[in-house]
Design a protein around this ligand. Structure first.
Ligand SMILES: Nc1ncnc2c1ncn2[C@@H]1O[C@H](COP(=O)(O)OP(=O)(O)OP(=O)(O)O)[C@@H](O)[C@H]1O
Ligand SMILES: [Mg+2]
Length: 149
């Protein structure tokens, strides 16, 4: 993804999202520019808006956003039926690197479509160099989304 595109969507590398709707809109704007091998690491505290952002991605790609939930027992969800496949992972409950392989982690990273990984920073060294990091923080005015490539 070109730096000028990132700058258009995240001026100065960030965006304040006052509402859930704004967070989903940020996901829409980003989805329009993502290549089909994009990997997103979604980082920041519980309740930061990571799952909300994935709902926006699903919506933007034409998958059903109602299917997107916080994966409590299932750590990985795949959504088909949209413009591109979407894989949604949540690594919150994964504690060590050897737990990743049995999940098919590497295969998902290499699969066709967009891969969005909540708590990706826990295993940053396992993520390819092309990974885009989105860092969520809670602010008085809502959520701050910072993008780092
Ligand atoms: N601007 C905003 N963007 C996103 N969510 C917001 C915003 N303002 C308030 N919220 C609320 O914050 C919560 C975000 O929840 P969400 O499940 O997306 O967080 P999360 O980062 O995925 O957390 P977890 O690490 O527990 O999975 C929701 O309850 C939502 O209603
Ligand atoms: Mg979540």
């Amino acid at each position: 993804m070109a730096n000028t595109q990132i700058e258009n969507i995240f001026p100065g590398g960030e965006r304040i999202c006052a509402t859930e709707e704004d967070t989903r809109q940020a996901a829409h704007d980003l989805a329009a520019c993502l290549s089909r091998d994009a990997i997103l690491s979604l980082e920041g505290p519980m309740g930061g808006g990571k799952t909300c952002f994935v709902k926006g991605l699903a919506e933007a790609l034409g998958c059903d956003p109602r299917e997107v939930s916080s994966p409590t027992f299932t750590l990985i969800h795949e959504y088909h039926g949209g413009r591109l496949p979407l894989v949604h992972m949540d690594l919150y409950r994964i504690e060590t690197q050897p737990e990743l392989a049995p999940l098919g982690f590497d295969d998902y990273l290499a699969s066709d479509g967009i891969v969005a990984i909540e708590w990706g920073d826990k295993f940053a060294e396992e993520l390819p160099a092309r990974t885009l990091r989105l860092v969520f923080s809670v602010e008085n005015e809502g959520r701050r989304l910072q993008i780092r490539s």
